[in-house]
Design a protein around this ligand. Structure first.
Ligand code: ADP
Length: 246
């Protein structure tokens, strides 16, 4: 029960890493609000783990404010916020990514972190404590060809993490990031260009521990960073990548 009675919001909790994080947090004793643009998916996950679902578009300020109000109404306060919702663009040469696609990636992956801070930081400052966790990517450290602007959006998240950590430390608020290597999900195809046995073997050869990430791998790191065990840890961008970024 490493998160006993902690009140947490996890965005993008309808699937993948976010669902894994929500499940782990609930198992460790936290109350969890699972927020996703795909409300049905969030509700299905929430039912399984005994959490509560909320609809949110993390790229919309009004929607984020409503999500935080809903979280407070349901749970009282917010101890932990996990900014996990994210999108990629189709792999393509950088000059071919359409402007609207670029805007979408930066709105969901980056602007969301700013909007979340606008909604949650005043509450955490008032209480003198809180934990924010941003789910970035190994793409921030080791960019993949043709995922150019996605790589850059994740780099933005890691710089934002450190900027938030230094500014919010005097208020008792810790801010960290996890950089997952790709999981074996439909997204994998966009990391590899196409999903063929050869591409998989090539990709796996870049991961010293020899396997893709699972939601449980990411949830384990997230749980540690959001727990009191990590009370002196802030501004860290932790690779969970089987050694890929060494
Ligand atoms: P990952 O492998 O990174 O977990 P997924 O695509 O499985 O990727 O999960 C991303 C989650 O983020 C999905 O549940 C998706 O519905 C959610 N999501 C995407 N865009 C938004 C958004 N604008 N607002 C809220 N949630 C979003």
């Amino acid at each position: 029960m490493r998160l006993k009675d902690k009140r947490a919001i996890v965005t993008g909790a309808g699937s993948g890493f976010g669902a894994g994080i929500a499940r782990k947090f609930a198992a460790e004793g936290a109350l969890v609000l699972l927020a996703d643009i795909n409300h049905e998916a969030a509700e299905a996950q929430a039912r399984e783990i005994g959490g509560r679902a909320a609809h949110v578009d993390v790229s919309d300020g009004g929607s984020m404010a409503r999500m935080v109000a809903e979280a407070r109404a349901a749970m009282g306060e917010i101890d932990i916020l996990v900014n996990n919702a994210g999108v990629t663009h189709m792999p393509a040469p950088m000059e071919e990514i359409e402007e609207a696609e670029f805007d979408r990636v930066f709105a969901v992956n980056c602007k969301s972190v700013y909007l979340a801070a606008r909604a949650v930081v005043p509450l955490m400052k008032a209480r003198g404590s809180g934990v924010i966790l941003n789910i970035a990517s190994t793409a921030a450290v080791s960019p993949r060809p043709n995922l150019n602007w996605y790589n850059a959006s994740k780099g933005w998240m890691t710089t934002a993490t450190r900027a938030m950590a230094i500014e919010l430390a005097p208020h008792g608020i810790r801010v960290n990031a996890v950089n997952p290597v790709a999981g074996d999900t439909p997204l994998l195809a966009s990391f590899m260009g196409e999903d063929t046995p050869e591409r998989r073997a090539q990709f796996l050869a870049t991961i010293p521990l020899g396997r893709f990430s699972t939601p449980e791998d990411i949830a384990g790191a997230a749980c540690y960073l959001c727990s009191d065990e990590a009370g002196l840890v802030t501004g860290v961008c932790m690779e969970v990548d089987g050694g890929r970024c060494i």
